[in-house]
Design a protein around this ligand. Sequence first.
Ligand code: MLT
Length: 405
Amino acid sequence: MFSINENYLKLQGSYLFSNIASKVRAYQAAHPENEIIRLGIGDVTLPLAPAVIEAMHKAVDEMSVQETFRGYAPDLGYEFLRSAIRDHDYKARGVDIALDEIFISDGAKSDSGNIGDIFSERNRVAICDPVYPVYLDTNVMGGRAGSFDQATGRYSDVIYMPCTEANGFLPDLPEERPDMIYLCFPNNPTGMTIPKEALQRWVDYALQVGAVIIYDAAYEAYIAEPDMPHTIYECDGADRCAIELRSFSKNAGFTGTRLGFTVVPKKLMCGDVSLNSLWARRHGTKFNGAPYVIQRAGEAVYSEAGLAQTAAQVAYYMNNAAMIREGLTSAGYTVYGGVNAPYIWLKTPDGMTSWEFFDYLLENANIVGTPGSGFGPSGEHFFRLTAFGSHENTRAAIERIRKMG
Ligand code: MLT
């Protein structure tokens, strides 16, 4: 008789966003006349930029002609895309990243889950609390989490780093010593980000204790304030301790098109083993590349027109973020985030739990958000709204919340 990966049995409930979607479906079925505004999952709503669409059309045409047809993509991704990434995301910020340190993928969600493949099951993992659930769940699947304690809502072997009002939603260095540290800035779900000096402390700490940082910078395009690092490699020594995950989903609207990349510097070593070569081996064996058409679309994001058009999309969403922040503040809510990130993290009123507020908002204002406790125990009594809706829906949502009182 075969056996299964029993770590899967330790997962709690279903994936947060699937759980919310089924609750909303049930509500909609019971109240078909109500118009629901969805500010829950961080999914974009604007169409792809014209420069991106044009590049996709051209690439589709190339695929129809013998001379320009492409089959399997190169293991690491097409060089035209990796060069554009190296030049715009790194060189332009004074960071030296080589082409063979960039691995094109189908998005940061897959990479943040798959990266665990190259690490031992024995590693101690540190995550922020609240956290994007993928980091935790994939480590549960990978056998690094231990057992779940219903009373605390925590796994025995995971090091939780609370991000609360008291520490400005920036994790403190953990007391227990981790081997793998997951950081995401600008942060999902709190919408807060980290100043360079504070990130440098994490890099120094990781180097000191021999930990690796898995740095998710999927929301870097939303950074508006100075002194906030756009990549962890702006910090000294990060190329010896950090892997960076990036995405085209939030800066260019590729949530449905799927494209991302991971940077694994060659200086990042475990003893005499290079993590870059391990990831290259994993990538070459288990992944056959993002489609040519989509990689051409990604390249177009870095064209002059693409940069201007995607910047306008980010500005559109940040306008929503400002509208939510101001609207909620004037309605008496305490809000965080939304300045360098497309997420607003609000405190639930009257001591409601996050799920109570979810139901309250759905029933009284027909608005869907994400309960903070779904991101971890320290998210309890908080609630996340995204700025990825349309202006019209965002304005209507704020109006409904105001009326709700
Ligand atoms: C979120 O809502 O947290 C994100 O959309 C999830 C994701 O990017 O996978």
